[in-house]
Write a new protein. Sequence first.
Length: 188
Amino acid sequence: MGFLLILMLNFIIDAYLFILLLRFLLHKLGGNWHNPAFQFIIKLTEPVVRMMRRFLPCYQGYDFAVIFPVFLLEISNVFLFLVAKTHGLPRAAGLLVISFSYLGSKVINIYFWSIIIAAIMSWIPALRFSPLGSIVQAIAAPPMQLAKRWVPAIGSIDLSPILLLLLLKVVELIIFQPILIYGLKLAY
């Protein structure tokens, strides 16, 4: 029963982390602040960000009032999961490394799924102009435009999303999986 409670708490924390990461990415990528979906994200995250903004300013376009809670929540999430799974306290260094790995994987997954959704939305143009569609486009457009320079369309078929999806998974496997394994060794 306790492990089930921890899993539910992890799910809630992960969902809020996802929303905070979306806020950070949309702020960094120049998302439309008047978009109703973006306004929803801002309203959900504003209490935490407002509290953090007292201590952590924006610096060169990086909103540390969003970044710091993301790290704190991820560390808490990993700590809860590891304690519930192993019934022991992890070392701080391992906890930090594991949290960094998980955050990197989460950012890659946000891009991964945004690219998939953007590719599907390209088949139904009306979806691109919806509030949710413009958020997906804001996240997926920069890497897709970069990939289109390297991978030309074959006829009318654009293969650049496939290249990007493959590249994102390779980055996750080559960079963040070894970091995770190293963090697990450090933790116990």
